[in-house]
Design a protein around this ligand. Structure first.
Ligand code: BTN
Length: 245
């Protein structure tokens, strides 16, 4: 991972660019990184605030030989890799908020977006987009983000090297991806659950159909959240906002 690097000072979105590179045959592990994004994208057609000089905005093209239905596992794997890289770079201990937000002290420090290109039920490429708030000060965030977002600098109380973090993310991703391709998803899932802030807790999941309270017992192999209700019935949560007590 990261043996071919396309670096830019400013782009619309590294995700968009990486998709074009992938369609043009870019190799497994190709990295696209930019100092600034003018149209950074988040999940669910949200925007991703990507100012110049203070964040790590990157997209990685991977070409694993896995069936389409297993690609959500790569999103979970990436969260584990980013957490381990943040731990190695800063000594901070982030947690995961299902489905895939990385938090420190309850505020979001990193978001992950994975998108797949497939042909006849075969994965051609997966674009893994990672956005980390690295050296922003609190006042740098737009007001609406100040209570929900944070940066590594705010949490560690010192400036953090984006280069070191980038190297560590590439290294951890490569390690975990190899482990995954050799031994399967189980060890990754266990790591993911150990970092997740909601597993083993009473939570409320706010879904489009309504709110459900129960005990979060874990995730399944598709990354679906398993919620045990008072009745004993286990509910599968595909999409929701999670409230912790
Ligand atoms: C989310 O939490 O909604 C996911 C955010 C993903 C942001 C990253 S930054 C690099 C890459 N390029 C984009 O436009 N988005 C992803």
């Amino acid at each position: 991972i990261g043996r071919t690097v396309h670096f830019y000072e400013s782009v619309s979105s590294t995700q968009k660019l990486a998709k074009e590179f992938a369609l043009n045959g870019a190799k497994h592990g190709t990295l696209v990184v930019s100092d600034e994004q003018t149209e950074g994208r988040g999940r669910l057609v949200r925007q991703w605030y990507s100012p110049k000089g203070t964040g790590l905005w990157m997209s990685i093209i991977v070409r694993p030989e896995i069936p389409i239905q297993k690609t959500p596992q790569l999103t979970l794997l990436t969260a584990v890799a980013v957490i381990q890289a943040i731990e190695a770079t800063t000594g901070l201990h982030p947690t995961i908020k299902w489905p895939n937000d990385i938090l420190i002290n309850g505020r979001k420090v990193c978001g992950i977006l994975t998108e797949m290109q497939a042909e006849e039920n075969r994965v051609q490429s997966v674009i893994i987009g990672i956005g980390v708030n690295v050296n922003q000060n609190k006042a740098d965030f737009p007001e609406e983000l100040q209570t929900i977002a944070t940066s590594l600098k705010i949490e560690a109380d010192k400036t953090v090297s984006r280069t070191k973090l980038l190297q560590n993310i590439c290294y951890q991703l490569e390690q975990l991806l190899n482990e995954y391709l050799h031994t399967g998803f189980k060890p990754i899932k266990q790591l993911w659950e150990s970092y997740a802030n909601s597993i083993g807790k009473q939570i409320t999941a706010r879904t489009a159909k309504g709110s459900y309270t129960g005990f979060a017992i874990g995730i399944n192999d598709e990354g679906v959240l398993l919620l045990k209700q008072a009745s004993g019935e286990v509910m599968e949560i595909y999409s929701a906002d999670i409230d912790l007590p």
